[in-house]
Design a protein around this ligand. Sequence first.
Ligand code: ATP
Ligand code: LTN
Length: 344
Amino acid sequence: MTDQTTERKPIIYSGIQPSGVLTIGNYIGALKNFKLLEKEYECFYSIVDMHAITLRQNAAELRRRTIELAALYIASGLDPDKNLIYCQSHVPAHAELAWILDCFTYMGELQRMTQFKEKAAKNEANINAGLFTYPVLMAADILLYQSNLVPVGSDQQQHLELTRDIAIRFNNIYGDVFTVPEAHIGKIGSRVMSLQEPASKMSKSDPEDTYISMLDRPDDIRRKIKRAVTDSDAEIRFDPENKPGVSNLLSIAAALSDQSIDGVVNSLQGKGYGDLKQTVAEIVIEAMRPIQSEFDRLMADKAYVQAALSRNAETVAGRAAKTLYKVKKKVGYTLPDRKQGRVQ
Ligand code: ATP
Ligand code: LTN
């Protein structure tokens, strides 16, 4: 895919866990931005199934969700021949680099991670070592491809900072091995909130009525938004601190209709919360409609989706191998010489 003789475009990397059907939070905070960057960058988008097993998954469901997530990537407008959409576990270099980077990451750094603390609190019976070292595997994902930019929601900023710290630490010891990546966090909707508890993030592993899935049908979208928590004064105003529910609905509408928040507020002048909710619901329905119909078409042709994943895994494995080879040499591993049957 990439022409080695021409100058390489800068690299984008991002990943999403196949841990449930994507929410409009995942779409607005991450997926929607992936497409915007397609022209200027070489784009790597992974389905991070290795991250997903940090919480217990049903094997058959995980397999199904992996294909569904690939189909959602494609249905959102990412052409798999132009974007390297692939599955993380297809490329063993991720696990290999993660181990090496584990040895360059401090316990204290991982103990400070908010996502670990939140997930550990929610899953007391299964606080496993993978959940703890989760951010190191994410750092390996990003650093393997010498990525420049990482589009994510704002909940991932802390993991991105850790990735940068690990890269800089490694480079200080061994020379310039890794590109130090930057986070790309959208201005509107980088943290879409739960419809029922607007103080916490909308999350695909929370109860159904707290989120809108990208595959929810119009009636479900209308029902969930109608029931969304607002407040008792009736003014439509963007004020996340004092009016988190209303502000969340305004952000969703703005992000999905490519308007400014002020634009949405102005269009609702003199109206009530009922009108606000109706407007937001229709915007969400219209934004998801073309994605859903493309998704349905792709799921009827899973072989196409699977073939794209396999093809791309081969391409990215070659790219990952280059960084991994360099890293192994730097840390002092001996490398087997396959032709001679010797150890170098
Ligand atoms: P889980 O609930 O299983 O932990 P999640 O819904 O938080 O998952 P991830 O797979 O961890 O989703 O995240 C995928 C991408 O979506 C990340 O870039 C993340 O920052 C972004 N994202 C997740 N939730 C939101 C949200 N509520 N608002 C904006 N962006 C989000
Ligand atoms: N940790 C992320 C998912 C993720 C990711 C990545 C994001 C795994 N590897 C690499 C960007 C780049 C999450 O929990 N949302």
